[in-house]
Design a protein around this ligand. Sequence first.
Ligand code: PLP
Length: 374
Amino acid sequence: MKISPEILNLVPYKPGKPISETQREYGLTTVYKLASNENPLGPSPKAMAAVRHALDHQHLYPDPSHYELLHTLSKEWGVPTQQLGIGNGSDELIDLLTRIYCEPHDGVLTSVAAFNAYEVSAPANRAIIHKIPMKEGYRFDLPAIADYFMAHHESKKIRLIFVSNPNNPTGTYAPKMELEAFLEKVGNRDDVMVIFDEAYNEFVRATDYASAQNYIKKYKNLIVLRTFSKIYGLAGFRIGAMVAPPEVIEVFNRVRKPFNVNDLAQVAANAAVQDKEFIERSQQTCWKGLDYFYKKLEELGLPYIPSQGNFVMFDTLRDAAKVNEALLRRGIIMRPLFNYGFKTHLRLSVGKEHENQAAIQALAEVLKEIPTLS
Ligand SMILES: *Cc1c(COP(=O)(O)O)cnc(C)c1O
């Protein structure tokens, strides 16, 4: 049976190595996973209480309209429910938006080293990905992305532009001025949707950052993606949200599966967004951990990229495959970034304090074993 080349050439997404697999392969009992930007504090306690309560009606189908959650998000984010959509992780939102807006051979535009999901969902939906080089400091070059769009949107039939802000794996962000200039150029067009992925929105410390959510009234082709997998600690439940024009939500609700988000996920997310104490504690844990990493990486002489996420990408100055392997032997799971084209970098997520310390300790040992390149 013939399969289209776009599908045959798909490279499977390589997630962070699971703890259980690492324990088996390396014969270890203690393994710390700092590879997937999960919340080290676990899920929000309020979410867990709500989930326990909801367990006894799991014989019923979930609410296909996501009613409770939509109303909570509407209140929390100041957005009408008609402009909110709920997906099985932002993963599903990325995939379905690509399916909705792209016909075969249409173009999807993003940056080099942008979050990998855009690059996977494009060919899976028969679209073609175009990636613009970053500028200095591993930052998205928004002016160059806008220029490329202006020059090529007709010939390349570009229908979607994805900007992850802050970006994963680099941790860099576009400041408010750049975001505004970008939206002035590509906003309010009826031939392209501009999608800002703000999975790390809640972790940003930069004072010149602005969420694209502040601009949804002004631009009719703007979509903002949010997730419950990161600060809300619900990665296992698979739930994400988008803020978008009502027309987008209306089409999305026709394309998605009626029961795309299970009941426990809806219940958990509904409680988690209201758990302000937990959000604040998660932010403090992240920021303290990042500052610790910066200090230690400096002491180790390793260059790093200051991050607005809950992770830091750093240069091992060595073959990152070797460093990663040596870390795994010591029970530390970090994230190699070969699929993003980085051969000497690793990404390290903020964990609990003792996990952060163990990771740095192991890294210091490993650096002595493995020679630097060049
Ligand atoms: C982790 C992450 C997501 C979240 O994906 P989910 O499918 O909601 O778990 C989305 N975008 C970026 C950039 C991420 O790093």
